[in-house]
Structure formats: C-alpha cells, structure tokens
Design a protein around this ligand. Structure first.
Ligand SMILES: [Zn+2]
Length: 101
C-alpha cells in the first residue's frame, strides 16, 4: 500500500479513507511568433526577432524547451481548499477584479 502525505502540511493521507487532491502543474515559456506561412512582410518581423535573439546570445528558438516545468503535488482536503482559493499565491489584500456594483 502506498502512503501519501500532503505536500503542503506534511499530514499523512490514507489513500483508502481520505480524499487526496493531485495538483499537476505545467509551466511553459511561450511567445507569439509570426506564422511562417503568412505574407512576405511578416518574414521581416521573424528576421528581426532572430536578430534580437542573436543579440541576446540565443542562437535559435529552442530555448523555449528549457523553460518548461512539470510538477506534481499531493494535497490533503484542507490544503486543497486553501490552495484553490489562491493557486498563484497572490496577496489577497488587493481585491483586483471584484466589481463594485
Ligand atoms: Zn495538507
């Protein structure tokens, strides 16, 4: 039998009696690149981007793969309730996005 523990509060989770919440996090660096099949004038923009990347010391666009992260967390029911309210850990003192009507 596999024993789990909460990755947040370290509480043991009995997989036969306790709910376990699995958080799968996938983070990928991305940017909008011009479509290679589009009009000629768009190619100039791609060249500009390549030149810009060359100046930054990036020889090609493969750097995106290096900025890819996958994480997996087990959470107990209590920590899940807290996590899902604020998954990015943003301070809740600023109530941005709440309408005032
Ligand atoms: Zn927990």
């Amino acid at each position: 039998m596999i024993h789990y523990s909460c990755d947040c509060c370290r509480r043991p989770i009995d997989s036969t009696t306790d709910l376990r919440y699995v958080v799968k996090l996938e983070v990928q660096a991305t940017m909008d690149l011009p479509d290679l099949d589009s009009a000629e004038d768009e190619r100039d923009h791609l060249l500009e981007i390549e030149e810009l990347l060359d100046e930054l010391g990036e020889p090609n666009l493969d750097y995106v793969d290096e900025d890819y992260q996958r994480r997996r967390y087990d959470l107990c029911a209590q920590c899940y309730q807290d996590y899902i309210k604020n998954p990015l850990g943003v301070e809740k003192t600023h109530r941005v996005g709440f309408s005032q009507n």
